[in-house]
Design a protein around this ligand. Structure first.
Ligand code: ADP
Length: 490
């Protein structure tokens, strides 16, 4: 009985040792294939001879000797130990190999992306120099007196293509800077209204040229100073608005709505939404709209110009600012792009402005006052008269619209608007004024002066297009400060 157990253990140990030899040969082969080995190669095979010697020893003991239980136990235990060692070494080397492999792949990818972006940026820089000279000399040539018409037309086409190419180079350069992680956002104080004025003047010009209506509305809860990257934000807005103009045939309209609302103690949510009544976007293309070089229609480049990089860059800029861009579109009916960013308010600049607007003179301002109660109108006129402001009175919203429409652009510096009035209320009146197609319709400050001071009243006033809401009874100092801030051009 005992010798049966002894022999069983010995044969089990020998079998396991033979299996060990098989496992080890496979493992050694794998290792050899994965790396470049020189003299070490022989070392892999050395243990195989050792293991074979073990096996022969086992068999000799089993066949010739008269082993007892202790020897049989040691022999089979030895096989088990060798087996576990091989298993262990295999696992560890597998892990090391995988790790090294991943690191190498990562490094190669990084290296290739670095090489690619540095290649792009070098190439773009190099290409810009001759482009400037093509555009510059082209312009000089076009000014040459007595040029035949067809030469002029050829030069104009060269100029257009050169400018297009220059834009493309700039976009590629920018994209490569973003991708290589060299782009960061500035954190500097800026004035929101000033930025919007600049955007409006560019886009309203483009719209007028194409025969499109441009509407602008700002609901800003009075906060104007923020900390952020004004240049990048402006670039994003001009790009999205530029697309809206580009992809909207006349007659149509482009609208920019800006909402500013407090989010937490120091931060504000700025939401810019750009809507157009243009060709819209195919739902199949929508998921790829922010991909670099993507365009809905590959003939777009020829028909509309552009590179398909604008939105890719815009989205990356906004992401760098911690915000997002959303798109809502229905084909044939138009699109809405909404950019949302959270910005810190620039407390120092706001305090400085408050101090400045306290001292600013209102002398010579002309204000249109829409108010149905004569006694209220008189009071406001007298209060403003004290500061040298000239007030013209409209008895209701409709009269205010008419007076504004008949006046020359920039005749009025601001409009004070009651909300509840007969014939036409202040909300409709404001909407009508904002939708007029004259340069100051979008920009003239409209101040709500009303007894309705609930939150929804304020919201309604702002969403109708008024800039701020002041509640009655009017605080004269606040009225002066508000006019100083919004109406006085510095
Ligand atoms: P580009 O305008 O240079 O082609 P963009 O990245 O700015 O590149 O836009 C990518 C594509 O998205 C455009 O080619 C167009 O097909 C589509 N697109 C963008 N904005 C609009 C829009 N307002 N209406 C319709 N299509 C749009």
């Amino acid at each position: 009985m005992l010798s049966l157990l002894v022999y069983a253990l010995i044969y089990l140990g020998s079998g396991l040792m033979a299996y060990n030899i098989y496992c080890y040969i496979r493992f050694a082969r794998q290792i050899r294939q994965r790396g470049k080995w020189e003299r070490e190669e022989n070392l892999f095979y050395a243990p195989i001879f050792l293991l074979i010697l073990f096996l022969i020893g086992y068999l000799l003991v089993a066949l010739l000797g008269k082993p007892d239980l202790v020897i049989a136990g040691i022999l089979s235990g030895g096989s088990l130990f060798v087996y576990l060692m091989i298993l262990f070494v295999r696992q560890v080397s597998e892990k090391i190999y995988e790790h090294e492999h991943r690191e190498a792949a990562l490094m190669a990818a990084e290296e290739s992306s670095r090489a690619k972006s540095s290649f792009f940026s070098t190439i773009s820089h190099e290409m810009r120099t001759p482009m400037n000279s093509i555009i510059g000399w082209g312009t000089m040539a076009m000014r040459e007196p007595g040029l035949p018409e067809h030469v002029k037309s050829h030069l104009k086409k060269i100029d257009e293509s050169a400018r297009h190419l220059l834009n493309l180079i700039n976009d590629v350069l920018e994209m490569s800077r973003i991708e290589s992680g060299q782009m960061s956002v500035n954190q500097e104080g800026f004035e929101l209204r000033k930025m919007l004025e600049q955007i409006n003047s560019i886009i309203s010009g483009q719209c007028a040229e194409k025969g499109l209506d441009y509407r602008f509305r700002l609901s800003d809860c009075g906060e104007n100073y923020f900390i952020g990257d004004e240049l990048k934000l402006k670039q994003v807005m001009i790009n999205i608005l530029g697309n809206a103009v580009k992809f909207t045939p006349a007659p149509g309209s482009v609208e920019l709505n800006v909402e500013v609302s407090p989010s937490d103690q120091q931060r504000y949510m700025l939401r810019f939404s750009v809507s157009d009544t243009g060709i819209g976007i195919d739902p199949d293309y929508l998921p790829r709209i922010f991909d670099a070089f993507s365009q809905q229609d590959s003939s777009s480049t020829n028909r509309f110009g552009g590179s398909g990089l604008g939105l890719a860059i815009s989205q990356r800029f906004v992401a760098l600012m911690g915000g997002n861009i959303q798109v809502d579109s229905s084909q044939g009916a138009g699109s809405t792009f909404t950019v949302t960013v959270m910005l810190q308010r620039d407390t120092a600049a706001a305090v400085e402005e408050a101090a400045q607007s306290e001292n600013v003179s209102l002398e010579g301002l002309r204000v249109l006052l829409a108010e149905d109660m004569e006694i209220n109108a008189e009071l406001v006129s007298d209060l403003l008269g004290l500061e040298g402001v000239e007030v013209e009175w409209a008895k209701n919203g409709l009269q205010a619209v008419n007076l504004f429409e008949q006046s020359k652009p920039d005749y009025y510096d601001a409009i004070l608007m009651d909300i509840r009035m007969p014939v036409m209320d202040g909300l409709i009146s404001t909407r009508t004024i904002r939708s007029l197609s004259r340069p100051d319709a979008a920009t003239i400050p409209i101040i709500a002066l009303t007894a309705n001071a609930f939150e929804e009243d304020v919201e309604q006033a702002l969403s109708a297009g008024m800039n701020v809401h002041l509640s009655k009874p009017v605080d004269p100092d606040l009225l002066y400060r508000t006019l100083g801030r919004l109406a006085v051009k510095r």
